[in-house]
Design a protein around this ligand. Structure first.
Ligand code: UD1
Ligand code: CA
Length: 452
């Protein structure tokens, strides 16, 4: 299998290589690599170009072979660079780094159509085929050639059926034919597409497989097409969610940049963004304007509007927000409640405990049935190191408390409002750590000096 990814992508007008432009939060190339991987190929060779070290680095997590194309002389020349890494007995599926939304079922159909020793090309009829290579068929409807837009006659440009760029060809043919390509065309490039006419000349069978939708095979050359692909992808994911029983307040206003797994009767309000892998249990409700990344949310949990949640694990029937920020490493046990303007980081909140208003809780372990009063913060950082705060079951922390870590509050302890707690507070007792209130009787407020 070969993925062509060396093109300059000039039409993007961006410093970022085209195949690294993000679609649904992932580089275009990564979409192709992931889909390709699902076919369990003998190997995946990615053809990369000038300055392609960034491309290699971005794909470091995947098991890929790399072939360098020093000069971008066209798709045929690009495919040729990969051939030394491919067994002549194999069928080669050529994919494009800029055709990211193709489905694995479609690729399977294409590979199946090619069999052991034929060519297969993936085509589609486009409402507006501008910019694509056209499929030229003969009177018997057999594919004869692919003609690029720039080389096509006005008559050929009227053809709606286009080349998606995805082709299967036996490696031994490719090895001979690509060697003999000529760049005598409008763009002065070596076109991979010229192998179709060559196969026809040699009497090798060429099959055409039609993709199910235009959007699945759209090539992304500029920012406009990138946005169109984003929309198409969003609509597809929204449709899949709704087919699986999820209620979306507005299918046009949800973004899934990764994987979203939903239980039964999940409700998602407008402008929710899901990144990475997110799992929502049964009856979860997600409020509007919420960003959730790499998190697991238990059944019946409600996320109120305007929350930002990253790497959190929540048990069932929790409540979060509005306006809560969960930084990585937060675990909520059942029925835990986080209110508005609350920031948490690397903390465990026990069963039924509440942090309801204007608090910062970092590096803390909070037991069950704890109440953390408004404006309470953990002072977890001394400028060099971070320390933990541990609060036992049933403790009551008054409002405006500073817990200077490392510090421990025992079970059922009460901490008076406004306390600065820097030493452990014993279980079951009231601890107060604030200056005493005094009354200065007869004190007079300063008055303004009288002008003469
Ligand atoms: C190509 C096809 C066209 C098809 C369209 C589908 C050719 C000649 N044309 O046109 O028939 O309709 O895709 O989207 O094949 N690349 C390299 N090295 C190069 C040139 C390109 O690796 O020297 C890679 C690009 O990174 C890209 C792919 O090949 O992933 C296609 O190249 P691009 O320049 O986008 O071709 P199109 O003009 O879109
Ligand atoms: Ca393209």
């Amino acid at each position: 299998m070969v993925i062509l990814a060396a093109g300059r992508g000039q039409r993007m007008k961006s410093a970022l290589p085209k195949v690294l432009q993000p679609l649904a939060g992932r580089p275009l190339l990564e979409h192709v690599v992931r889909t390709a991987g699902k076919l369990s190929p003998a190997g995946i060779v990615v053809v990369y170009g000038e300055g392609g070290e960034r491309v290699r680095a971005a794909m470091a997590a995947h098991d890929l072979c790399w072939a360098h194309q020093a000069e971008q002389l066209g798709t045929g020349h690009a495919a040729q660079q990969a051939l030394s890494l491919i067994d002549s007995r194999h069928q080669v599926l050529v994919l494009c780094g800029d055709v990211p939304l193709v489905r694995v079922q479609t690729l399977k159909k294409l590979v199946f159509a090619a069999g052991d020793d034929s060519l297969a090309v993936l085509t589609v009829a486009m409402a507006d085929p501008t910019g694509y290579g056209r499929i030229i068929r003969d009177a018997e409807n057999r594919v004869r050639a692919i003609v690029e837009e720039k080389d096509a006659t006005p008559e050929q440009r009227k053809v709606a059926e286009i080349n998606t760029g995805l082709i299967v060809c036996p490696a031994h043919y490719l090895k001979v034919w690509l060697e003999q390509l000529k760049a005598d065309n409008a763009q002065g490039e070596y076109y991979l597409t010229d192998i179709i006419a060559r196969a026809v000349d040699e009497g090798v069978h060429v099959k055409a497989v039609t993709a199910e939708s235009e959007s699945e095979v759209m090539g992304i050359n500029d920012k406009l097409q990138l946005a169109q692909a984003e929309t198409a992808n969003r609509q597809k994911l929204a449709r899949e969610l709704m087919q699986n029983g999820v209620t979306l307040a507005d299918p046009e206003r949800i973004d899934v940049r990764g994987e979203l797994i939903c239980g039964k009767d999940v409700y998602i309000d407008v402008n929710a963004i899901f990144e990475g892998k997110v799992e929502l249990g049964d009856n979860v409700s997600i409020g509007p304007n919420t960003v959730i990344r790499d998190s697991i949310i238990g059944a019946g949990t409600r996320i109120h509007p305007n929350c930002v949640i990253e790497q959190a694990v929540m048990a069932d029937h929790c409540e979060v927000g509005p306006y809560a920020r969960l930084r990585p490493g937060v675990e909520l046990a059942e029925r835990a409640k986080l209110g508005n303007f609350v920031e948490l980081k690397k903390s465990h909140i026990g069963v039924g405990s509440k942090v309801n208003h204007l608090s910062y809780v970092g590096d803390a372990s909070i037991g069950a049935r704890v109440n953390v009063g408004a404006g309470t913060i953990t002072c977890n950082y001394d400028g060099a190191n971070k320390y933990r705060t541990v609060i036992g079951d049933g403790a009551f922390i008054g409002s405006g408390v500073q817990l200077v870590a490392p510090v421990e509050v025992g079970a059922d302890a009460t901490i008076g409002a406004g306390s600065t707690i820097s030493k452990s507070a014993p279980a079951g007792e009231l601890t107060v750590g604030r200056s005493r209130q005094t009354v200065v009787r007869g004190w007079k407020r300063p008055a303004k000096d009288k002008k003469d």
